[in-house]
Design a protein around this ligand. Structure first.
Ligand code: PEP
Ligand code: MG
Length: 748
């Protein structure tokens, strides 16, 4: 095989570009491309396989195999060597193809057995489009140089595919790129359903010309672009350092390192020498980094690959002049698609969004907290959706199942609409219950409160029929700012919350940061196990300035109204005593300073660690109220990380041991005559909510949207009867009560 020179590669790419610009139909273009590649590489065979749908590859053009097999041969993902290249995203280079695992001989191609096989994926920034194969009679390994050359060609093919160069009705040759329906299975971030149109948070960069005419010009463009990139990163870094925003500084330092990386630049220059344009070179390296990202398990490496990915995007935008602001208008019923999004950005979109779908994110991420506060259905972990979705595509978001239908078939859309109509009808039914109590037919009343964390939540207080706010998470005002908010600013927000509550109670939980909720301006602690690390009241007691400032703001906001303060994550009585003492000191200080006092002050604790179930009686007696933070309590009871999808679902809240544990808390609170509520996510799930009620929990605090369904259910059943059903099941030795309770409910 002849040694390929840079100039060969450039010649070939130019031929490909001419083909792209030619008047022929898409099949003609493909045929001429395979011919040109085989000719340039000196191989007997060159074939292009493209995805027909998500997991079928189709032979779309060939030089050297039987022409009749084109559009007849189909392979499933992972099938044969071609399918393996497609599945793994890795090249296969072999001098003895039949000996490779998975080799499949396809006589229908007229294929004699070609021992040499080189297959490279055709992919565009992590999106798999197909496989490019060359085969040769001569049994030898392709050189590094050949592989590199073929990768560059595959890159150009990917760009051409993206530009629609191979689509055409007369051939019906190809999968219609970004046209067929795709189903994404992710995880639930926030329940609810939405139908709308895709809005990409960061629109894709379109590379109009992947082939460079003159390597020197392209290299100068690349160097110019890199220079601008470095200046921007330096400027950002200087601004961020001035804000003492150490977390961002760290990220930007990593960006700067990459922006100055010689090996990154050297690789892109090599791509340019081979004939790529500057932007195509950036994208080729970005694609490789994405492929590595998918394989990397090490979190540090993943973070760095992410940094490189972000930096490549910035560089692409500089080179192509395509910014975030494309001038496109937000479609009607926008569904936001992003790899990830910060809480402040999500708040900027606000309630205009019908749904949010993220490739990353976690149940407790800031974005999820905001989506929940805005009651927008959210699906997380929808792998690769940003590469597949195009602005304006129709999309269905099923937040209940964690599923997304992109460009759905009509039948799927119709079924989905039916489901949404049923949900809307149910919501209408719940609205009529707004002013009625959640009293069971046995006469027991359960008091329903809502969880909140944003001003935007407050209108739900009236609409949902909640008796008050059972948990106001104060972190969000801290999370959505780039600096610690000032006392006066916080006091104004809290006062506004109390004004909007119009006399209904609001239980303010002091700052619960750390764990999954890391403030942008807080130094990352790099803890091996942040959920059990320096968080919530532990931070509050160590950094008393912030806790005191927050308490002062709360006291000043309450003037003449009752103030409920709840301390999070108390794991030992001394922590509660210390926090209580600080609150009393602040009250005394504010009084001394002549500020008007709250009319009444109630102090409570979140019960989130098993230790407090066994706390001294004094703890219960000191609390005016206790609220079970079931999300954390459950994670510590079962030792199962609430953020880890793999273990999170293994342990059911309806597990008898956990329910017995909850009952013990009820008992301890009853003994000390202290009011108890449950404010974790489970409080809003009908089966769980009823069960807690049967076990003696009389106050439940949940998302506003859950209040209607829970109230509706409570009003139809006898909580006392359910208690006997539960007792019987426990006595009979049942280890999980979900089925028993669900079946009993169905009979009601
Ligand atoms: C909980 O842990 O159940 C809780 C309500 O607190 P958060 O979800 O904010 O940790
Ligand atoms: Mg908690």
């Amino acid at each position: 095989m002849p040694h390929r020179k840079d100039s060969d590669s450039r010649k070939l790419l130019r031929r490909l570009r001419d083909t792209l610009g030619s008047a022929g139909g898409s099949q003609d273009r493909l045929d001429s491309i395979t011919h040109d590649i085989a000719d340039s590489m000196g191989t007997q065979v060159c074939s292009i396989y493209l995805f027909r749908d998500g997991d079928t590859l189709e032979l779309c053009a060939t030089e050297g195999l039987k022409p009749e097999s084109v559009h007849k041969i189909r392979l499933r993902l992972g099938e044969g060597l071609v399918g393996r290249v497609a599945r793994t995203g890795r090249n296969i280079n072999t001098a003895n193809a039949p000996a490779e695992p998975g080799f499949r001989f396809m006589p229908e191609t007229g294929e004699e057995i070609f021992p040499s096989f080189l297959g490279v994926p055709i992919q565009r920034v992590g999106e798999k489009l197909g496989v490019l194969v060359v085969q040769s009679r001569e049994a030898r390994l392709f050189s590094e140089d050949d592989i590199y050359g073929l990768e560059v060609v595959a890159m150009v093919l990917a760009e051409m595919t993206e530009l629609g160069a191979f689509q055409g009705s007369q051939t019906d040759a190809l999968p219609l790129e970004h046209r067929f329906p795709v189903l994404f299975r992710g995880a639930t971030g926030q329940e609810g359903s939405a139908e709308g149109r895709v809005w990409l948070h960061e629109p894709r960069v379109v590379i109009a010309n992947p082939v460079g005419d003159d390597p020197e010009t392209e290299s100068a463009r690349l160097n110019d672009g890199i220079e601008k990139l470095r200046e921007r990163v330096d400027k950002l870094l200087a601004e961020t350092e001035a804000e003492a925003d150490s977390d961002h500084v760290q990220v930007l330092e990593a960006y700067r390192l990459f922006a100055h990386s010689r090996s990154w630049l050297a690789r892109m220059e090599e791509d340019i020498r081979r004939g790529l344009s500057a932007e195509a070179a950036v994208e080729k390296e970005q694609s490789l980094a994405r492929a590595r990202l998918e394989r990397a398990a090490d979190p540090y490496l993943r973070d760095r690959l992410h940094d490189l990915d972000d930096l490549s995007n910035r560089l692409l935008r500089i080179l192509t002049g395509q910014g975030n602001d494309t001038g496109a208008e937000l479609p009607e019923n926008p569904v936001l698609i992003a790899r990830n999004i910060g809480p402040a950005e999500l708040l900027d979109y606000g309630r205009r969004l019908k749904g949010v779908v993220l490739e990353e994110g976690s149940v407790g991420s800031h974005a999820a907290i905001v989506a929940r506060a805005l009651a927008i259905p959210l699906v997380i972990h929808a792998a690769r959706i940003t590469s597949e979705a195009l602005n304006g595509d129709p999309i269905l978001v099923d937040g209940d199942q964690g599923v997304v239908h992109l460009r759905p078939e009509d039948t799927v859309a119709a079924a989905f609409r039916d489901k949404m109509a049923m949900q809307a009808e149910a919501q209408g039914r719940y609205a009529s219950l707004r002013n009625l109590p959640a009293t069971g037919i046995c006469g027991t009343t359960i008091h329903l409160y809502m969880n909140a964390g944003l001003m935007a939540d407050l209108p739900s207080l009236e609409n949902s029929g909640a008796e008050g706010v059972g948990l106001f998470r104060t972190e969000l005002q801290f999370l959505t700012r780039s600096k610690v908010p000032r006392r006066a600013e916080l006091a104004a927000i809290y006062a506004h919350v109390l004004d909007s509550a119009k006399g209904k109670i609001v239980m303010f939980r002091t700052l619960d940061i750390g764990s999954d909720k890391v403030l942008p301006y807080m130094k990352p602690q790099d803890e091996p196990n942040p959920a059990m690390g320096w968080r919530a009241i532990r931070v509050g007691l160590d950094k008393r300035g912030v806790l005191r400032m927050q308490l002062q703001a709360l006291i000043r906001a309450a003037v003449g109204r009752p103030l409920y303060v709840m301390f999070p994550f108390i794991a030992d009585i001394t922590e509660y005593e210390a926090a209580y003492k600080i609150l009393m000191e602040e009250l005394a200080r504010e009084k001394r300073l002549g500020h008007a006092m709250p009319s009444d002050i109630r102090v409570g604790a979140m019960l989130e660690t098993p230790s407090m179930v066994y706390a001294p009686k004094r703890f219960y007696e000191m609390c005016d109220f206790i609220s079970i933070g079931g999300n954390d309590l459950k994670q510590f009871f079962f030792a199962a990380d609430r953020e880890n999808e793999r273990v999170r679902r293994r342990y059911d809240t309806m597990n008898t041991s956990f329910l017995n544990f909850i009952e013990q808390i009820v008992q301890r609170c009853d003994d000390a005559r202290v009011a108890l509520s449950f404010c974790g996510e489970d409080a809003g799930r009908p089966v769980e909510a009823l069960t807690f009620a049967a076990l003696g929990v009389r106050r439940l605090s949940m998302r506003p949207a859950s209040i209607g369904p829970v109230k509706h259910l409570i009003r139809q059943v006898s909580i006392a009867d359910l208690k006997s059903v539960i007792d019987d099941a426990r006595n009979a030795g049942q280890t999980n009560l979900r089925r028993t309770v669900t079946e009993w409910l169905a009979r009601q």
